[in-house]
Design a protein around this ligand. Structure first.
Ligand code: A2P
Length: 333
């Protein structure tokens, strides 16, 4: 598996990143610091994952700053200095938070402040907010993205589309990964409506972040994204908390064969796919370390892992899934 994936913007996105969702504030700060000190260069965040403080970690708090780098240059290697020597080597993503219906520039400013950084590598608006106020939100967000284009490398969808960022649309769209190839061309399917949006979009999104694991392979979405030059980021590659995938026989057999953990097999499955990046979430040091180990699986083994989907569906791929606060989409029924 390659160490990074090229985005349609030219940026390189590290293949494995640390997921931080559902982490408690203290825990995630520690996890991010630990990950950065141990070679991670990609951290995914979201303002709304926890209530206070919004991002739950700040690069400034953990000493990830220019000051830190300067101190290292002077030969005073402080414990806070992380292995990636500057912000430039870190790929930091977030979602624009908008709980109070703030405008995008305000939301972005607050994310930057909370994260203790002056730019983001990737940023997506939250779909539930966009649904309430799509036009203003997107036009401001897009204007901002344009203004700071080179510096911020923000990749947002334009107001000329439906006003929704497809990644979020899919992320929240409960049954999209159950769409068959036949439904891909149906005028009412999310992929079809997004395809229409892309046809008039000024900016093709760089990344589509969706749930992906053997019980939710999302091959059709992945194929669609590949054709459009959009990288897919797999979140919950382990199947989230208390995942049955970690004890699945196919997974554990492969783990034994390669002498790695079942989590390594599940993470490697995504990392082995061209055009895919993967975000295992953990707040546990030993897991953060071991989750970064990617092994090369054979095509046969990948096929075998995908067989799990034939019998075992849960979370976003379960027909009765009502996650994401029960957010519903007209074309996800
Ligand atoms: P924890 O954060 O306490 O380490 P996903 O990335 O699919 O959403 O899964 C996240 C869940 O999987 C969390 O409950 C996390 O627990 C757990 N987890 C993360 N890494 C591993 C691992 N290597 N082995 C077992 N469970 C793990």
């Amino acid at each position: 598996a390659s160490k990074s994936v090229k985005l349609n913007t030219g940026a390189d996105m590290p293949t494995v990143g640390l997921g931080t969702w559902k982490s408690a504030p203290g825990a995630v700060e520690h996890a991010v610091e630990f990950a950065l000190r141990n070679g991670y260069t990609h951290i995914d965040s979201k303002a709304a994952f926890v209530s206070t403080p919004p991002q739950a970690f700040s690069l400034a708090w953990i000493g990830f700053s220019c000051r830190c780098v300067q101190e290292r240059e002077r030969g005073r290697r402080r414990h806070c200095c992380v292995r990636c020597s500057s912000r430039l080597h870190l790929f930091l993503t977030t979602k624009l938070d908008n709980p109070d219906q703030k405008e995008a520039p305000e939301a972005l400013e607050s994310s930057l402040k909370n994260l203790g950084t002056d730019y983001l590598d990737l940023c997506t608006p939250q779909v539930n907010d966009l649904l309430r106020k799509p036009d203003t939100y997107m036009s401001r967000a897009h204007a901002l993205a344009r203004t700071n284009d080179k510096r911020t490398r923000l990749h947002l969808q334009t107001k000329r589309t439906t006003g929704l960022t497809p990644g979020n649309r899919w992320r929240h769209c409960t049954r999209v990964t159950r769409i068959s190839s036949r439904r891909l061309v149906s005028p009412t399917s999310p992929l079809s409506s997004w395809s229409a949006s892309l046809a008039v979009a000024e900016v093709v999104p760089a990344v589509n972040q969706i749930e992906m694991h053997p019980s939710c392979p999302s091959e059709d979405v992945l194929e669609f994204c590949r054709k459009k030059g959009i990288v897919v980021t797999a979140y919950s590659p382990l199947g989230s908390d208390n995942s049955p995938l970690l004890t699945n026989e196919i997974v554990t057999k492969l783990a034994e064969k390669y002498n790695v953990t079942p989590a390594n097999i599940l993470i490697s499955l995504q990392a082995n796919k061209p055009g895919v990046t993967v975000l295992p979430k953990s707040v546990t040091n030993s897991r953060i370390l071991s989750n970064a180990v990617i092994i090369d699986l054979t095509d046969e083994e990948i096929k075998e892992l995908h067989k799990i989907d034939e019998t075992h569906h849960f979370r976003a791929c379960h027909p009765s899934w009502t996650g994401w606060g029960g957010l519903g989409f007209p074309d996800c029924k």
